[in-house]
Design a protein around this ligand. Structure first.
Ligand code: ZN
Length: 134
């Protein structure tokens, strides 16, 4: 099994950061040609997702829609004041699983892997575990 961790620097309170290149680098370094790539986000106000990467307005539209879905004026009780960020993190989830096929991530033509920042800006981490198919 190949293990790696990389950092993601976010620049705004809510942002989708394309991490496909960083994950692809880890896959390449692993030397694994056929296997599974697990990604794990160890933060409670951030998440991972896979979505379109060709048109950057898709990411801004997702953020705009999320701000409408979670009413920030709800009477949240969490003292830190970032309950909407925690809710969004659970909506998306902390992990993603991808197939490695012929040494490359088996993503769809338009798909990119995104780190979802919901309480930035911060410096975040993503853990990677790559398992070879026997
Ligand atoms: Zn909190």
């Amino acid at each position: 099994m190949h293990k790696a961790t990389f950092s993601v620097i976010t620049n705004s309170s809510m942002e989708l950061v394309d991490i496909t290149a960083q994950v692809s680098t880890v896959v390449k370094e692993s030397g694994v040609t056929d296997g599974i790539c697990h990604l794990y986000n160890p933060h409670t106000t951030a998440a991972l997702t896979i979505n379109e990467g060709a048109d950057p307005t898709v990411q801004t539209d997702i953020i705009m829609a999320l701000k409408e879905i979670i009413p920030f004026e709800l009477p949240f009780r969490h003292a830190e004041g970032n309950s909407p960020s925690h809710v969004l993190a659970s909506f998306f989830g902390a992990s993603e699983m991808l197939f490695i096929d012929q040494g490359r991530l088996l993503l769809g033509t338009w798909q990119k892997i995104y780190f979802c920042e919901f309480d930035g800006p911060r410096t975040r981490k993503v853990h990677v575990r790559i398992v070879t198919e026997a």
